[in-house]
Design a protein around this ligand. Structure first.
Ligand SMILES: C[S@@+](CC[C@H](N)C(=O)[O-])C[C@H]1O[C@@H](n2cnc3c(N)ncnc32)[C@H](O)[C@@H]1O
Length: 191
């Protein structure tokens, strides 16, 4: 049986349209079977986008974009940002391309297809894929940030939060809690 964090998914794609509100705006998006949170905006993702402040023209990476929730919301709130979105799941990449027209959406395992550096990298990491995958995404993100570039990661505190907080601290030298809400924490590491 395939998982949402696999490259290919079993069965055919059953698409559905979801609607949600966040940051005072209403959104609709196409999701589908075999991708993370197909029923709508995930609670952790909501906390992540609510905690993200951008200065306008920054270059951002939505790492592990799924059907594109983070990129969709960020691009609407900050139309001038330049946005790359990436995911290892082929189906997620197809849906993200539909949901965020004009964004540069890439099929990529970690940074395998994302060579450049960014001002900000945001991720709701694939915790279900295991600690080692999350650790690797944190390590690789450090190498793909410009000086003073920011890495934002959301996680449920009781489900790996402490572990990922420590990993960000080890890799970035320091870690800040940007937001605590509903059992989730958004951690920031600055290069
Ligand atoms: C928890 S989901 C978050 C999806 C989306 N950002 C959201 O918030 O709704 C994590 C995403 O990371 C992707 N992923 C898993 N392993 C990955 C890897 N090695 N490289 C890139 N993306 C990966 C999964 O396919 C999944 O879409």
């Amino acid at each position: 049986m395939s998982h949402y964090y696999d490259e290919e998914q079993d069965g055919s794609l059953r698409e559905q349209t979801v609607a949600f509100s966040v940051l005072g705006r209403r959104f609709s998006a196409v999701t589908g079977s075999g991708v993370f949170s197909k029923g709508g905006l995930d609670n952790a993702t909501r906390v992540l986008v609510e905690s993200c402040s951008l200065r306008g023209t920054e270059e951002c990476l939505d790492l592990g974009c799924g059907w594109g929730a983070v990129g969709l919301v960020l691009k609407e709130a900050h139309p001038d940002i330049s946005l790359v979105m990436s995911d290892v799941n082929t189906r997620a990449v197809r849906l993200a391309r539909k949901n965020v027209p004009g964004a540069d959406v890439r099929l990529s395992n970690g940074f395998s297809n994302v060579p450049e550096s960014f001002d900000m990298i945001l991720t709701n990491p694939p915790y279900a894929a295991g600690r080692e995958v999350c650790y690797r995404l944190i390590e690789e993100s450090f190498g793909h940030l410009r000086p003073r570039g920011r890495f934002l990661l959301v996680v449920r505190y009781r489900k790996g939060g402490k572990m990922l907080e420590q990993k960000i601290k080890d890799v970035f030298g320091d870690v800040e809690v940007l937001k605590k809400s509903g059992g989730f924490r958004v951690y920031q590491g600055v290069r």
